[in-house]
Design a protein around this ligand. Structure first.
Ligand SMILES: [Zn+2]
Ligand SMILES: [Zn+2]
Length: 277
């Protein structure tokens, strides 16, 4: 199995470290990775974030896309003898904006080698709200809107289900980003799922993930988040991946040089054990 970091960000990311993308690629080479996907946050639909400063902090802006693709393609060319750099994006799936999503992916697909699709935002109290911005906004925008933590989770999972069904028909690898992101603040907002409701739901969801041809992001970033301390792919999710034969691709979700390749040993241990190199 090729040693691959399938989820990383770039110097374009304003909530990242701002370190040169080339240094991140060089770190990956140093760690022995042979494949490296750069999956910057894709522009959101108009009107999701009104404040222009905040919007630029969240994702690329539409007028940056061309420069972004040129930048990643240059790196791909520059390091071609050492590592396979994949031109990617991490695109938000916002259930109420599925037309934008489908049109955007189709319009960009000619530039892309690799695609991650993630739910970071769901309907909140005052419009579309991030699930992972801060515990305070989780509480004010989501908990206050849905009345219970379980209901917030349920709203998230029902958008995830829509995303699973809406897999874009593009001829590139597509995977779902950090499926367990809703657990980012789980230590502050603990939840226990109603089994009768969730067990059949998740069984159906994972079966559909497989049927639709999605891979999943084996996203380790949550291990460093103090209110999570888990991967964004929990043990029970891994079990369902095993049951349905769903492919898991390691993703550091690095936003800085030091995080490239982080916790890769977990992936090796759980998934890649004797398949690596
Ligand atoms: Zn990010
Ligand atoms: Zn993400």
């Amino acid at each position: 199995m090729t040693k691959w970091d399938g989820h990383t960000h770039s110097q374009f990311c304003q909530h990242g470290s701002g370190e040169p993308t080339s240094e991140m690629v060089e770190r990956a080479i140093e760690l022995g990775f042979k494949k490296y996907s750069i999956t910057e946050h894709a522009p959101l639909p108009k009107g999701i974030i009104d404040d222009p400063v905040l919007a630029a902090d969240f994702t690329l802006l539409p007028d940056q896309l061309e420069d972004y693709f040129a930048h990643i393609k240059e790196l791909k060319h520059r390091y071609v003898d050492k590592i396979k750099v994949c031109v990617g994006l991490e695109v938000d799936y916002i259930a109420s904006h599925r037309t934008y999503f489908n049109e955007f992916v189709e319009a960009c697909s000619k530039h892309l080698d690799d695609l991650i699709v993630s739910v970071h935002m769901i309907q909140g109290k005052n419009g579309i709200a991030p699930i992972d911005f801060s515990p305070e906004s989780f509480e004010s925008e989501l908990l206050n809107c849905y009345d219970s933590i379980e209901n917030v989770h349920w709203a998230y999972w029902s958008d995830v289900e829509k995303m699973v069904l809406d897999r874009p028909e593009v001829d590139i690898t597509a995977r779902i980003g950090h499926l367990g992101l809703i657990n980012k603040y789980i230590k502050q907002y603990p939840v226990s799922y109603n089994k009768d409701r969730y067990e059949p739901f998740f069984d159906g969801l994972f079966s559909m993930i497989k049927q639709k041809g999605w891979d999943l992001d084996f996203n380790v970033a949550g291990l460093k988040k103090e209110l999570c301390h888990d991967m964004y792919i929990s043990d029970w999710m891994l079990e369902l991946c095993g049951k349905y034969g769903i492919n898991l691709i390691y993703g550091s979700d690095a936003h800085d040089v030091a995080s490239v390749g982080q916790f890769y040993d977990r992936y090796q241990r759980l998934i890649g054990e004797d398949k690596d190199e």
